[in-house]
Design a protein around this ligand. Sequence first.
Ligand code: 0L1
Ligand code: MG
Length: 265
Amino acid sequence: MTTTPVEQVAARLDDAVRSATAIPQPSAGEDSLTLPLAYEVQRAGLALRSGRGDTTIGVKLGFTSKAKAAQMGVSDVIIGAITSSMEVVDGGEIDLSALIHPRIEPEVAFLLGEDVDPHDPRSVARTAVSHVAPALEIIDSRYRDFAFSLEDVVADNTSAAGFVTGPWTSFAEGRVDLDNRGVILEQDGEPVMTGSTSAILGHPEHALSAAKRMARLYGHGLPAGTILLAGAATPAVPLVPGSRVEATVSGLGRVGVTATGASHG
Ligand code: 0L1
Ligand code: MG
């Protein structure tokens, strides 16, 4: 069967996910991508996952911290999808043998209680949020050395590999203040990163309008039930075999996961 260049890159990335084997970056070879094409690759990859019953259940933003955006030389966030197979229960285990060189970062997650129409200016993501939770995101670039261009990482579904959400708090108007909340990331009971929710676009709620804008631009849906990972509050750390990682977001609570097995990296 004839496949397009977009489908070929998507298939290579999908194989990399399923075999937990790093591949060369498209930007390093003849498959160099523009940003719109990179999002097409991302969509094609999600279609392959969906064909295996791995459905999209949310979206995530990347490059939401000024430091990370500056490091990448970009001025806007990126959007990816999180799928059912990526979800790990709070307090549960993540098997590193299915991953390449995983890292973990503390985030804030929102749950949409109502549909958001990315194309309707009257549809406001913030008012559609029903709950908020502390979260952990596991990122695992499918590229060698965890190195990539902006287009490479978009094609790779923004390195999305896993996520854990902690206890959900009702997001009644004005009741949950997410401004400049302290965030601690602990590994085996020892703090390894500290930060603030203000590292997420200045305020995690800014991620809601950003996600709506990016969803409109790049064809993501935001139906009721969507989990929205707003972005990292600290830099990511390597996920060490056997370790227990917990994140605390002041005022929201704790979320944790234990790493089992050994990654391929
Ligand atoms: O979730 C993130 O902030 C990661 C976005 C992609 C960049 C990376 O893999 O570090
Ligand atoms: Mg993240």
